[in-house]
Ligand binder design. Structure first.
Ligand code: PLP
Length: 441
């Protein structure tokens, strides 16, 4: 009898794999494209599928391949570490974990920072919520409308994007705050200062009517929510209101960390006038694809948890070795600066293309975190079908991109590895232009 694995190799094609997938995996997995893609390997900013097609990866996995695919420095660190010890759990100390914690603590900007590693962004946010609720002795959380914070019961429960949130079932009571989405809604026509003032007035009004919440959790730029950024300074203004009342600010940097936004290493720094957040959560890019998440908080907050709070695979040697090698490469090659320069050129180029296309409402973003919002031409009506069609056309032409989730599937998301070259940015923009023109435009 042949094994499943040898059958897979013998039958080879992605179509066959898909048929097998349909009998063993959930129906909702790998449905991004009409025909799923089976990726087999990558190098730099490119990946290849099982049929030998080469793609320029403009989504960096899912903002996870931060530096480059198959970066030799990370591969070497991981294979050397695998030859020594892969995992020992946070019951024990290990050097790569302490080294990486030290570097992240310093980079975080949080005074007396302590770092706890998890295995995903979801687990990082769950931990941040555990900390905040324990520290403040409140199970009430403030979250932003249109936000996304993960797929566990708790983090889905506070997620503001109603594509996900079964809030009534959440163990936490969540109150939603206006300010995440600028382009639509009641304050769309205000200037930056007016928008911030209106959102702050809303927050103050809300806080006047409720029990004191534990924390506000917010993505500095909403990721799944369509790469939507509030005006710089919104969270600084919120911070003032929160600090007066002892409410913590949790910055969810799962998508915005590690220099992706170009101008800053962390997204919170665009709102940093009143200091760093009380708690910062991270994941995605730090492991270059290895599962690392984590929480940074000052000692008095972090130490609200006790020794029962271990994460079996959090901080394990193999992932920490990847994180260290990846972070070292990122800093030594100034990939944040590269994201600023190449991202700036790419945004400019995409805006020039968009100016000729009535179905593009807006090209927005920072660094290599760029959103293209599509509407039915001549209207303000979101067009998710157009976005799906652009994804397919780009794939046919050798480019992988992302799109928003939940209520934001009309937004194309561009987030390549931060080592993207100018030539690759131009190549990707040209493919995107063809894809946009070949669909509804
Ligand atoms: N927070 C944000 C802002 C995210 O974008 C995501 C995932 O997309 C998460 C949390 C959850 O991270 P993970 O999928 O690693 O659990």
């Amino acid at each position: 009898m042949t094994t499943d694995a040898s059958q897979g190799q013998a039958n080879g094609s992605a179509k066959h794999l898909y048929q097998r997938h349909q009998s063993v995996l959930p129906d909702w997995l790998a449905v991004y494209y009409a025909d799923p893609i089976e990726l087999t390997h990558g190098e730099g900013r490119h990946v290849w599928d099982a049929e030998g097609n080469k793609y320029l990866d403009f989504f960096g996995g899912i903002l996870t391949t931060m530096t480059a695919h198959a970066l030799p420095e990370v591969t070497k660190a991981v294979s050397e570490q695998a030859g020594r010890i892969i995992h020992s759990s946070t019951l024990y100390l290990n050097r790569p974990m302490v080294d990486l914690a030290e570097r992240i603590a310093r980079l975080s900007g949080i005074p007396d920072a302590r770092v706890f590693f998890t295995t995903s962004g979801t687990e990082a946010n769950d931990t941040a919520l555990l900390l905040a609720t324990a520290y403040r002795r409140s199970n009430q959380i403030l979250a932003m409308r249109n936000s996304y914070h993960g797929r566990s019961f708790t983090s889905v429960g506070i997620t503001g994007n109603k594509g996900w949130s079964p809030t009534s079932l959440s163990p936490l009571q969540t109150l939603y705050v206006h300010g995440g989405v600028r382009t639509r809604g009641p304050y769309a026509d205000l200037d930056d200062a007016g928008f911030i003032a209106a959102c702050v007035a809303d927050l103050e009004d809300l806080l006047g009517h409720v029990r004191p919440p534990a924390a506000l959790i917010a993505e500095p730029i909403q990721g799944v929510g369509g790469f939507t950024a509030p005006p710089d300074g919104l969270y600084a203004a919120f911070r003032e209101v929160l600090q007066e009342r002892g409410i913590l600010w949790i910055a969810d940097e799962v998508q915005t960390g590690w220099g992706r936004t170009g101008d800053n290493f962390w997204g919170w720094q665009a709102h940093g006038q009143n200091g760093p957040p009380d708690i910062l959560t991270f994941a995605k890019g730090i492991g270059n694809g290895m599962s690392i998440g984590g929480v940074v908080a000052r000692a008095e907050v972090m130490n609200c948890l006790d020794s029962n709070s271990i994460s079996t695979f959090g901080g394990t040697q193999i992932t920490m070795a990847a994180g260290l090698a990846n972070l070292t490469y990122l800093l030594e090659h100034d990939l944040q600066g590269n994201a600023r320069r190449v991202g700036g050129l790419l945004i400019e180029r995409l805006r020039a293309i968009a100016a000729q296309l009535p179905g593009v409402r807006e090209v927005r973003g920072r660094g290599l975190m760029i959103g293209i919002e599509l509407v039915k031409p001549g209207t303000d009506q979101a067009d998710p079908d157009a976005a799906a069609a652009v994804l397919e056309a780009a794939r046919e032409d050798g480019l992988l991109i992302g799109k928003g989730g939940g209520h934001n599937t009309s937004v194309l998301r561009i987030a390549p590895p931060l080592s993207l070259t100018v030539a690759e940015a131009e190549e990707g923009a040209a493919i995107l232009e063809r894809a946009l023109r070949s669909t509804q435009f």
